[in-house]
Design a protein around this ligand. Sequence first.
Ligand SMILES: Cc1cc2nc3c(=O)[nH]c(=O)nc-3n(C[C@H](O)[C@H](O)[C@H](O)COP(=O)(O)O)c2cc1C
Length: 204
Amino acid sequence: MDKNKTKVLMVNGCIRGRESRTWRLAEVFLREMRGIGEGIFDYTQLDLAQMPLKPLTGEFFEERQRFLEKNDRTHPRFDLARQFAQADRILVAAPFWDLSIPAILKLYIENISLDGITFGCNANGMYGMCRARDMLFFTTRGGFYGNGPMEQGARYLKALCEMFGIPEFRCICAEGMDFEPEREEELMAHAVEEAKEAGRVYWC
Ligand SMILES: Cc1cc2nc3c(=O)[nH]c(=O)nc-3n(C[C@H](O)[C@H](O)[C@H](O)COP(=O)(O)O)c2cc1C
């Protein structure tokens, strides 16, 4: 890793591989931003579906508590949290599942949310410890939710950004993918353009 380069972290929570419409949006963005930013950034992609992420249960949970009690955050199990905290720009791609995000993305979040690495606590409450200036979230949804209360995916990630101290959050999304499958391309078109434009101006 070159210290002078911007560290871009892509957290890929898409499950359906090349079939994923969400990943298609992310790829449109990546193509643009890579072309313009060539040589100025280091890119790391975490394909969550291929990673052995574990939930915080049983001994895995107890071990974490013991490290925190000893104020020891050096163990490799905290590497993902450190990587997230040290990224300059965060990208997340994940479909809308069960009104929010797939469990693999929640598992990842469970593993990176760590007092003393990604956020801290004091008498005034919680404060963020991440250095990223922004999180850009790509998603597609089967139905139409807009900004309504049933939409708990982008809303949740935006709240996490606040907790982690990441000042900017933006969601690029296409809706109605399964509701009106015959209109898929039409419904994707706006988000594809938005993703392209976001890639074009990413380094401005
Ligand atoms: C397990 C599962 C849960 C889903 N839950 C919802 C949901 O709650 N609301 C919705 O509108 N669509 C839901 N969908 C549909 C997806 O949001 C939609 O198909 C999306 O475009 C999938 O993204 P992908 O093509 O990137 O995999 C769900 C799909 C799956 C497979």
